[in-house]
Design a protein around this ligand. Structure first.
Ligand SMILES: *Cc1c(COP(=O)(O)O)cnc(C)c1O
Length: 496
């Protein structure tokens, strides 16, 4: 007994790395029997997390990776505030309402100066999209019921470039997703084809302001025009939702004359990610409706707070308050001027990166000048090396640059994509250009004896012969890259 006590107290005076906790595996499947010291717990987790990528070098993501220390302080101070306790934290609720009002007016909602806008803070655009989708589905059902028509086959029309959360919405809430196919060189929804897909069961057409794949803005104005015509001819009332997850905080500052928002009469709701170009850390999104007629009353829950009515419409109950508070900080700290400056810098740094990549002569840039500041590019000639190989090699320098294939019918196109965020400065852009150049030269210097076509044929063949399953293009691409790398590594070590 005495010896055990001595050993335990020894542990508490030992330095963390000299203690027994750092030489035994941490619990992975079952709750540990005993407690461990707080510094050991901290060290174990902190150190394992070092092997994650560095968020600021994660050029795959639109989500904010840097905020001012003053805002970090506000965030830390509100970590223990449950957002849903509106009665207890009325000021936090008030800040949310102010944010909704500011966003709705930024998007030109037709409301009076003193009128409250209709909208809500969400965990991200995904929750926002579920809510907007539900509102459309319910409105459509009400209309069909009142006309005595069947209301069991709702559908939604989007481009094949939609973000996965729309597929989730469709599956979870039983709405058929009708996707407009893409084609080589055209990676966003074609409004003409979209309107052709609209029928009496269409609850809405969802347009994307800032396609996830290329950053390109879809032509919402043309969509509004064509859909209005179709509505007139058919007597339907098909509305538009704009998924402005990334573009909602870009277009108002860089392209104020572009009409994509509530200035277009068929646009009934818009979502935007506060944690993307709203410049807040992950965990906040927004959905705003044109007016309260566009949000069916039966979906809204009314909470009585401090004697006044606080309508709520969310999927979850408890959540943190920090991100809402941080959003309000950014709005009053930056104002229109601040957001404009940040977005202009992003656009300028995207331009520098784009030009640097074009100058190498090996890539075609597929992203457009107007849109979300990102650079998406393909290899002109991928008969010897693939974009997947380049992505893998950039990891060695710390850069995380994703490579992926396009959706149908452009899945034979594979691209690399660099998202330019606020904290990606000119000097990082220049370093990235030089590192891409280095990687290109390295892969090109390797002797190639087997052609890519041969490797591809082998991979496809092995899929057919061994597994009797047809592999997707993406799987084949990935296997080709793996196979290729093994081959190349082998050569490097002289093993092949
Ligand atoms: C990021 C994104 C989403 C999903 O948004 P979250 O805020 O990550 O939930 C939806 N649509 C588009 C176009 C996006 O870029």
């Amino acid at each position: 007994m005495v010896l055990t006590t001595v050993a335990d107290s020894g542990d508490s005076v030992n330095c963390t790395f000299g203690s027994r906790y750092l030489r035994s595996p941490p619990p992975k499947f079952k709750l540990g029997e005993q407690s461990i010291p707080k510094d050991a717990a901290y060290q174990i987790i902190h150190d394992e997390l070092m092997l994650d990528g560095t968020p600021r070098l994660n050029l795959a993501s639109f989500v904010t990776t840097w905020m001012e220390p003053e805002c970090d302080n506000l965030i830390m101070a509100s970590l223990n505030k449950n957002y849903v306790d509106m009665d207890e934290y009325p000021v936090t609720t008030e800040l949310q309402n102010r944010c909704v009002n500011m966003i709705a007016r930024l998007f030109h909602a037709p409301i009076g100066d003193q009128e409250a806008a209709v909208g809500v803070g969400t965990v991200g655009s995904s929750e926002a999209i579920m809510l907007a989708g539900l509102a459309f589905k319910r409105k459509w059902q009400q209309r069909r019921k009142s006309q005595g028509k069947p209301y069991d086959k709702p559908n939604i029309v989007t481009g094949a470039n939609v973000q996965v959360c729309w597929e989730k919405f469709a599956r979870y809430f039983e709405v058929e997703l009708k996707e407009v196919k893409l084609s080589e060189g055209f990676y966003v929804m074609d409004p003409v084809k979209a309107v052709e897909l609209v029928d009496e069961n269409t609850i809405c057409v969802a347009a994307i302001l800032g396609s996830t794949l290329t950053g390109e803005f879809e032509d919402v104005k043309l969509l509004n025009e064509l859909l209005s015509k179709k509505n007139e001819e058919t007597g339907w009332d098909t509305p538009i939702h704009v998924d402005a997850a990334s573009g909602g905080f870009i277009a108002p500052f860089l392209y104020p004359d572009l009409e994509w928002d509530f200035r277009l009469p068929l646009v009934k709701s818009i979502n935007v990610s506060g944690h993307k170009y709203g410049l807040v850390y992950p965990g906040v999104g927004w959905v705003v409706w044109r007016s309260n007629q566009d949000l069916p009353e039966e979906l809204v829950f009314h909470i009585n707070y401090l004697g006044s009515d606080q309508p709520t419409f969310t999927l979850n109950f408890s959540k943190g308050s920090s991100q809402i508070i941080a959003q309000y900080y950014q709005f009053i700290r930056l104002g229109f001027e601040g957001y404009k400056n940040v977005m202009e810098n992003c656009r300028e740094n995207a331009r520098v990166l784009r030009e640097g990549i074009e100058k190498m002569g090996r890539f075609d840039v597929v992203s457009k000048d107007v849109g979300v500041p990102l650079v998406a590019f393909t290899l002109k000639d991928s008969s010897k090396h693939t974009v997947f190989e380049i992505s893998e090699n950039l990891r060695r320098f710390g850069w995380i640059v994703p490579a992926y294939t396009m959706p149908p019918d452009a899945q034979h196109i594979a691209v690399l994509r660099v998202v330019i965020r606020e904290d990606f400065s000119r000097s990082l852009a220049e370093r990235l250009i030089s590192d891409i150049d280095k990687v290109l030269k390295e892969v090109e210097a390797l002797p190639i004896r087997v052609s890519l076509a041969e490797v591809k044929a082998r991979v496809e063949d092995s899929g057919r012969v061994r597994k009797h399953v047809k592999k997707s293009e993406r799987e084949i691409e990935e296997e080709v890259t793996t196979y290729w790398r093994r081959l190349v590594d082998g050569k490097r070590t002289g093993a092949c």
